[in-house]
Design a protein around this ligand. Sequence first.
Ligand code: PNS
Length: 165
Amino acid sequence: MAHERNKSIIAIYPGSFDPVTNGHLDLIARGAMIFDRLIVGVTQNLEKDALFSVNERIEMLEAATFDWKNVQVEVFEGLLVEYARAKGASVILRGIRAVSDYEYELQMAMMNRKIESHIETVFMLPGEAYSFISSRIVRELARLGGPVKGFVPALVEERLRAKLS
Ligand code: PNS
């Protein structure tokens, strides 16, 4: 059987992005370099207590990714693989920081492959400087009045201050 390669590769970078961090942006920059189109898919993670509404998260992401013309930000609901299929995406992009991320990511990637075998999960490593940043840590720091400068874009820093003051 002949295997055809998609001419234009669309990747979905899914997550809750509550809020977007410089680690996410590092991964978006890397993804935008190798995929023709990168759709940042924002969803409500039902297991997590959100600080920002989906609309606020999208607004911050749109501002932070404005310079990448092949990057687009969208909200999605329901199963990730169904959303990816509807968008014509053949790749799900996820970042892995430390080994501790791996187990959860493996579980999701395998489950997604079971549901939709034509969509590949591609893992990329963020730059070393971002390997310890997470939205959860950023939220906690901000709540406790700690410094978030350098971990998130300036706009997010402002929004965090406004939300938590
Ligand atoms: O940034 P997060 O919160 O770690 O991202 C998790 C996310 C949004 C990728 C995951 O929860 C997800 O894919 N949610 C959509 C629902 C779905 O498809 N769940 C089954 C995954 S096996």
